[in-house]
Design a protein around this ligand. Sequence first.
Ligand SMILES: [Zn+2]
Length: 64
Amino acid sequence: MSQHEPARTPICPVCRKATAEEFRPFCSRRCADIDLNRWFSGVYAVPMKDDEDEDGASPSSEER
Ligand SMILES: [Zn+2]
């Protein structure tokens, strides 16, 4: 039984470091950015596969 539990200290979900009050719940602005990127990556990860599909989709030559 020790009161040395670090569980009370909020940690950055990105790098697991102690968070900074300024950037909670992250430790720095960089980590906040990384987390945000993760979110976008996760959201766009699925439709991203459509990249190659577009090649053989409809022959819409709008660029020319
Ligand atoms: Zn961090």
